[in-house]
Design a protein around this ligand. Sequence first.
Ligand SMILES: [Ca+2]
Ligand SMILES: [Ca+2]
Length: 163
Amino acid sequence: MNVKVGFLVAILLVPLMNGFSQPVSTFQLAWASYTVAENGGSGDITVTRSGDTSSMITVDYTTRDGTATAGADYNAQSGTLTFAAGETNNTFAIPIIDDGFVEDDETVNLTLSNPTGGAMLGAQSNAVLTIRDNEIPIVVDTIRTVHSIRVSLISRAPSECFR
Ligand SMILES: [Ca+2]
Ligand SMILES: [Ca+2]
């Protein structure tokens, strides 16, 4: 290979190799699990973008019932997050419904999809939001309650009971 050809090959190869070594934009959920109190208003979910941050690109998000039920425990959400050039964090909110029922803690599944601009999804493209119930269970011991009413009636003089 003569000098001229070698120079030409170098000119062609350098941008090509740079193109391969460019880090790709990667979207992930910041955490694998999130927690919100049932009366906490909303669960704020953070999405991160790493690698190439030079251009504006988007990623979609959606919620799906785990043990929680959309419309009863939370409001289902889906949409598109836009990351401006240089932006590495974005959030979306899941409104929580504060019902009056005593329940177990309930879960909502979160999923990222459809990254644009050649971006990809990282390992953590799914996460779980746990809604912590805020009702205090009231245990009524009916046998003891009935027994104590009977005892209090028996221990009174008959005249007191029928006043
Ligand atoms: Ca609930
Ligand atoms: Ca509840």
